[in-house]
Design a protein around this ligand. Structure first.
Ligand SMILES: Nc1ncnc2c1ncn2[C@@H]1O[C@H](COP(=O)(O)OP(=O)(O)OP(=O)(O)O)[C@@H](O)[C@H]1O
Length: 234
């Protein structure tokens, strides 16, 4: 097999609750797994097991107490656990995408441009980026009358589709997905399953949280049980 795109090893994290007299809440300990190009891996385990925390550590939003999170970036390997913030931002710009449940709305920017933006960032001409954004929004059944409007007032499911389109439009070799189908109906869940399968065929490695069993079974090659990472009793 090829070299992994993501290698997590010995990762540990304990939350310190400053408002609770510094109480310690261990979340994961000794977390380790690999992710290869073209593979989709789900983080599994019951509510509170630490799935979101681990995903946020991989993206670099949560600091880790120990261990390494190595992401392959072309010829280089970047350890998210220790790299400088600037390098992390560069890694996110080119290599590591994130599709969260919620859209961070950009004020006054219409849905089409919100979706096209990562392509424009990559140097694709604006007209071409908008055309691709429109094609993706059409696939996700977002009515064309909404495309020019800022998504702030969209329904939860509409915002989530804008978010998915924005997260999937550009090629990023590693994609992190946090419940990408949480507010979607069956038809749109099916479209997201297709889009994820296309990403896998394009060699993208995907790490995600998929509570929807049908979606998880359709797209994931493996499930990693986060409870196996020795979370001590709180
Ligand atoms: N920022 C934080 N500060 C303090 N504790 C936190 C923080 N984030 C998460 N936790 C705690 O860490 C534990 C794991 O939470 P996490 O959200 O990672 O679980 P999860 O497996 O994703 O759960 P769910 O399936 O319910 O979303 C929980 O007990 C939670 O209260």
């Amino acid at each position: 097999m090829s070299e992994p795109i993501l290698e997590v090893s010995g990762v540990a994290k304990t939350f310190i609750l400053h408002l609770r007299e510094g109480a310690k809440l261990p979340v994961v300990e000794g977390a380790g797994f690999d992710l290869h190009a073209g593979e989709c891996v789900a983080l599994g385990g019951p509510s509170g097991a630490g799935k979101s925390s681990l995903l946020k550590m991989v993206y670099g939003n949560y600091r880790v107490d120990a261990g390494a999170i190595r992401v392959r970036d072309g010829e280089e390997t970047v350890d998210v656990a220790t790299t400088a913030p600037r390098r992390l931002i560069k890694l996110r710009d080119t290599t590591m995408g994130y599709v969260s449940q919620f859209l961070r709305v950009i004020p006054r920017v219409g849905a089409l441009d919100v979706v096209a933006e990562p392509l424009v960032h990559d140097g694709v001409p604006v007209a071409q980026a908008r055309a691709r954004a429109g094609a993706l929004l059409a696939r996700l059944n977002l009515p064309e009358r909404l495309w020019q409007l800022p998504p702030a007032t969209f329904s939860g499911g509409e915002q989530q589709r804008v978010n998915i389109a924005r997260g999937l439009i550009a090629h990023r070799p590693l994609l992190l997905m946090d419940e990408p189908t949480a507010s979607l109906d069956a038809a749109n869940r099916g479209v997201v399953v297709e889009l994820i399968e296309e990403k896998k065929r394009a060699g993208v490695g995907i790490l995600g949280i998929f509570h929807d069993t049908e979606v998880r079974e359709a797209v994931c090659d493996r499930v990693i049980d986060v409870t196996s990472f020795g979370r001590a009793a709180a």
